[in-house]
Design a protein. Structure first.
Length: 96
């Protein structure tokens, strides 16, 4: 099964407000790929949207650690082709 399938499931479950299933799929993405920018970023958003700023920040910090290993100009297709640099700036503003 490709990761695109899991990304689509996240979108579908979020649309249907199926929080438990959304989180379960995001956890699975991270389990399958511990360096998933998408997984950590989306899980951070998941927690932020539910008012859990502490867990959201932790996920955003994990995302930033992964981004630090990538070239700044690399595009992240799963996140609408945001560059590593753009996402790093966005996350830095969220965690500070």
């Amino acid at each position: 099964m490709s990761f695109k399938f899991y990304y689509l499931l996240v979108d579908v479950y979020q649309e249907k407000k199926e929080d438990e299933l959304t989180k379960r799929i995001l956890d699975k993405i991270i389990y399958l790929n511990a360096n998933s920018v998408y997984g950590y970023f989306k899980l951070g958003n998941f927690y932020q949207d539910r008012g859990n700023a502490k867990k959201a920040k932790k996920m955003y910090h994990n995302t930033l650690k992964i981004l630090d290993t990538l070239p700044n100009n690399q595009q992240i297709a799963e996140l609408n082709d945001l560059s590593v640099e753009e996402l790093s700036i966005k996350l830095s503003n969220l965690v500070n």
